[in-house]
Design a protein around this ligand. Structure first.
Ligand SMILES: [Zn+2]
Length: 189
């Protein structure tokens, strides 16, 4: 892509502005993801990408890192397509019921441990339901969650997930929290 001055100008003017005081740094997630992959209100997650190595059966710590983010939500919560693209479903011993989504932007997504897939392999739009949160595969003894990873685990989805979650919750909850605050604190902020 050639960056002519007009393109650069438009990019600077329309580049999404981050809210809050997120530290500057490289974008860690692809530009194509526009929908939080689980019903936001029900979800909780932390930055457990590349979390601690897992001890092997003999107690030796092996270099096995967590390649995604675990999004915890009650079993049966909707799993949603993070962007438009082609989805296919399969089952494997580790992931249980999983989806692979090749996004229109080129970013690929993988989600595991679903209770089940919603519908068949197909082209989906952003936000379309893909399944339900569960604990299939090697999450059988774990609380229900969606193991969510991007680009084969090479990209940390955390910052983008946090951004989408915060933006969504701010939109939904701002009027309510204002009302509560006004009542609780007599109009001061
Ligand atoms: Zn996981």
């Amino acid at each position: 892509m050639v960056f002519d001055p007009i393109t650069v100008f438009l990019a600077l003017v329309f580049w999404p502005k981050s809210k809050g005081s997120r530290a500057p740094g490289p974008r860690l997630a692809g530009p194509g993801m526009s929908v939080f992959p689980v019903t936001v209100e029900a979800a909780s997650f932390s930055n457990d990408y590349h979390a601690a190595a897992v001890p092997g059966a003999d107690g030796v710590v092996v270099a096995r890192k967590h390649l995604g983010i675990d999004i915890f939500a009650p079993a049966g919560t909707a799993v949603l397509a993070p962007e438009a693209g082609a989805v296919r479903f399969t089952t494997d011993p580790k992931g249980g019921n999983v989806f692979y989504l090749k996004g229109a932007s080129g970013t690929s997504y993988y989600g595991a441990h679903m209770m089940g897939a919603y519908g068949l392999d197909r082209v989906v739009s952003a936000g379309e339901q893909l399944g339900w949160v569960g604990n299939t595969g090697n999450a059988a003894t774990t609380a229900a969650h969606l193991h969510f990873q991007m680009n084969g685990g090479k990209t940390n989805p955390y910052s983008k997930l946090r951004e989408l979650s915060d933006a969504h919750l701010a939109r939904k909850m701002l009027p309510t929290s204002r009302t509560v605050r006004r009542g609780a604190f007599g109009g001061t902020t």
